[in-house]
Design a protein around this ligand. Structure first.
Ligand SMILES: C[S@@+](CC[C@H](N)C(=O)[O-])C[C@H]1O[C@@H](n2cnc3c(N)ncnc32)[C@H](O)[C@@H]1O
Length: 292
């Protein structure tokens, strides 16, 4: 199988440019509300897929251990600078299509604003199902192609692609929007049962964000998020699902992404696979399991 292309954030100042200076207070605030509603109050080990610079990590309050995974080493360096070193955080540079973890070692996982960059989304969701224990919780955010703006643009002839068709749309290279039904079907086919859906970012419109106070937009979005149970017309949708397949939670161990051997000891040092001999560096507090 050829390796899917990766939307590489290496060297990007995404956190600063997009979130801190990009006028995204509204989006950040309403995503925080959705996460608060969906996250379990407590848990053992949470995997954050596509963690970036750790914008959401402090929100995973009830978890004993959090593994931040991102393909970009520099994003993880920023996350580490922000969150620090502690037994609670593990920083792992790796590909979401080839997760370096033994089966069933997490009891929760999140993937926020990351599926958006995955050309082969279902393949990544399959990987999540392999590392998540039975009854593990998965919170997935995806960019919704069947949103109100896209529907209006389509029926007025301003947009060519059909928001109602099931296939994902790549509107900019390696930026994908998905049909909610496609996401639900991928989740179910990979051993998840869907618990809850929230519609998020109802008012992601420049004019409104500039002229209506943040607390009002935030309050209105918060009041409307539950409608995700009935329809999903917002640009962002959060889905909470439970993994109903797989084994009970196992002790944490890495897995060689090259040959599949596990367990590899989670030592804070370079890790060599005893089967294929591949060496995975550990430097400045970050494990590097990327296959280049
Ligand atoms: C838009 S950012 C979102 C970061 C964070 N979740 C947030 O919401 O602030 C997407 C992240 O996904 C990471 N990413 C993209 N493709 C990936 C892949 N195949 N494996 C692991 N991470 C990937 C990028 O490096 C980037 O940091």
């Amino acid at each position: 199988m050829t390796k899917p292309p990766i939307c590489d954030y290496e060297g990007s100042d995404y956190q600063k440019a997009f979130w801190e200076k990009g006028g995204r207070e509204y989006e950040d605030a309403v995503e925080a509300i959705a996460l608060r509603r969906l996250l379990p109050h407590a848990g053992s080990r949470l995997l954050e897929l596509g963690a970036g610079a750790g914008r959401n990590t402090p929100r995973y309050k009830g978890f004993e251990e959090i593994t931040l995974l991102d393909y970009s080493h520099t994003q993880l360096e920023q996350a580490r600078a922000r969150l620090g070193d502690s037994a609670r955080y593990r920083y792992v540079a790796a590909d979401a299509y080839k997760l370096p973890f033994a089966p069933a070692v997490f009891d929760a996982a999140t993937m926020i604003r990351t599926l958006h960059h995955l050309k082969e989304g279902e393949s990544a969701l399959r990987q999540v199902s392999q590392v998540l224990a039975r009854q593990g919780v998965f919170i997935l955010e995806f960019a919704n192609k069947r949103n109100l703006k896209a529907i209006l643009r389509y029926i007025t002839g301003k947009q060519k692609w059909n928001p109602y068709s099931m296939e994902q749309v790549e509107f900019v290279e390696l930026n994908f929007n998905f049909h909610p039904r496609q996401i639900r079907s991928w989740l179910r086919e990979n051993g998840f049962s869907i618990d809850r859906q929230l519609s998020v970012s109802h008012f992601r419109v420049g004019f409104l964000k500039r002229h209506v106070p943040l607390r009002i937009l935030k309050g209105l979005d918060s009041a409307l998020q539950w409608t995700g149970a009935l329809w999903q017309l917002t640009p962002s949708v959060f889905v909470k699902s439970t993994h109903i397949a797989g084994a009970a939670l196992q002790e944490f161990a890495f897995r060689c992404p090259q040959c599949g051997k596990y367990p590899l000891e989670p030592l804070p040092a370079d890790i060599a696979c005893p089967q294929c001999g591949k060496v995975y560096p550990y430097q400045d507090g970050i494990y590097d399991f990327r296959l280049k």
